[in-house]
Structure formats: structure tokens, C-alpha cells
Design a protein around this ligand. Structure first.
Ligand code: HQG
Length: 173
């Protein structure tokens, strides 16, 4: 199930074309078409994956006919997220070796549509640990907001913004 979930994330965030699927401008895919195009998948299995996903990465539309990833896209989709006032402080977890580039350039969205931030340090630590020894940055999101930067929160609770200039970052030792 985990590997199907990973595959779903690849299709719904990055490369729908590998199964010949098209997402609409808001990132939605037709459930019937998706289950048809992914070997071994059916609606019941898909519902189980979505419900069991530990990060709640996917959502069905209200009528259950469409599915999309809640965040993490590299393809341009408009998730219609409302701008929100962030908490004073957010966290970003990365790996130690990216630290000096981040201190110099700030946090860039790299291949994704947004920089991903979390409201708790534990989540940032988990994200950072994916690639080795973690390094945590504290983001002065409250100051950024006052300075006019836009923030969004995905339905699964990830804070998103386009860029965090270095002056709003503090290393957490
Ligand atoms: C780093 C996973 C050098 C950034 C996670 C990160 C998250 C820089 C990497 C979600 C940089 C991009 C997103 C700069 C940023 N110089 N490196 N100036 N600015 N970086 O995967 O935040 O399981 O695109 O620190 O748990 O790691 O897929 O972003 O290390 O929630 O649902 O460039 O993906 O969730 O990597 O992860 P990513 P991320 P899922």
C-alpha cells in the first residue's frame, strides 16, 4: 500500500503523464480514470490509501469523483488556497549540508511550487531527516507577513510560501 501511495504522489504531484493522465488546472484527476490507468488499483483500495495516509496527502472532491494531492506539486496547479496570517514562527527542516546555501540564498522552492514550512519543530525534524543529518531553520513568518509576504496552509496543515529571504531565517542549534 505504501508503494502505491508513493506512486500516487508521483502521479498527482509531478508526472501524471507517465500513466497518460491529465490533471485539471486545480490539480484534480478523475477517480475513474485514475483507477483505470494504475495497475492493481480500484476505488476501494484508493479510498483506503487516502484514509490511511499518515500525512493526509490526498483529498477527494465533495462528490467523490475527483482526487488531488493537497500539496507538494512541481507541476503548476492552482489549489485555490486562501491567503492566511501565519503564526509568528514557523520551522523548516533540511539536511545539514544545505545549510550554508540556505543561509546565503534563503529558502527557495526548488522544484516545487512553494517552500514547505511546519508549525511544529518535530515535523521539521522529520522532513530534515529524510536526507541525512537534519538541520532546522526558524522562520520569522510573522515579520514576513507584516512585510507583505503571502502565506497559505494546505488542507493537511503544511504552511506554504514562495520564498523565504535569508534575513527572516535563524538557525536552530
Ligand atoms: C532545500 C515531503 C540549497 C530544502 C516532506 C529542501 C515535506 C535549498 C530541498 C515536503 C535551498 C528541496 C517538502 C537553497 C531550499 N539552497 N538547498 N537556497 N532552499 N533548499 O523535497 O521541504 O512525504 O522539494 O531545504 O515531508 O524537503 O513528499 O522540499 O531540503 O513536507 O508528502 O531544497 O515533501 O513530504 O526539497 O519537502 P523538497 P522539502 P511528502
Amino acid at each position: 500500500m505504501k508503494s502505491t501511495s508513493k506512486f500516487l504522489s508521483l502521479i498527482l504531484r509531478h508526472k501524471p503523464q507517465i500513466v497518460g493522465l491529465q490533471l485539471d488546472e486545480h490539480g484534480w484527476a478523475e477517480v475513474d480514470e485514475l483507477v483505470c490507468r494504475v495497475k492493481g488499483l480500484d476505488r476501494a483500495k484508493l479510498e483506503k490509501i487516502v484514509a490511511a495516509d499518515e500525512k493526509q496527502r490526498y483529498s477527494f472532491s465533495a462528490d467523490g469523483k475527483l482526487i488531488r494531492a493537497n500539496q507538494g506539486h512541481s507541476i503548476p496547479v492552482d489549489l485555490e488556497l486562501a491567503e492566511l496570517k501565519p503564526p509568528e514562527i514557523l520551522y523548516h527542516g533540511t539536511c545539514e549540508s544545505f545549510g550554508s546555501a540556505i543561509i546565503a540564498q534563503g529558502l527557495k522552492k526548488m522544484s516545487r511550487l512553494y517552500v514547505h514550512l511546519s508549525s511544529d519543530v518535530e515535523t521539521a525534524e522529520k522532513v530534515g531527516r529524510r536526507r541525512g543529518k537534519p538541520k532546522i531553520f526558524v522562520v520569522e513568518s510573522g515579520k514576513m507577513f507584516v512585510d507583505g509576504f503571502k502565506f497559505y496552509r494546505s488542507v493537511n496543515g503544511v504552511w506554504l510560501t514562495e520564498h523565504v529571504p535569508a534575513k527572516y531565517l535563524k538557525e536552530r542549534f
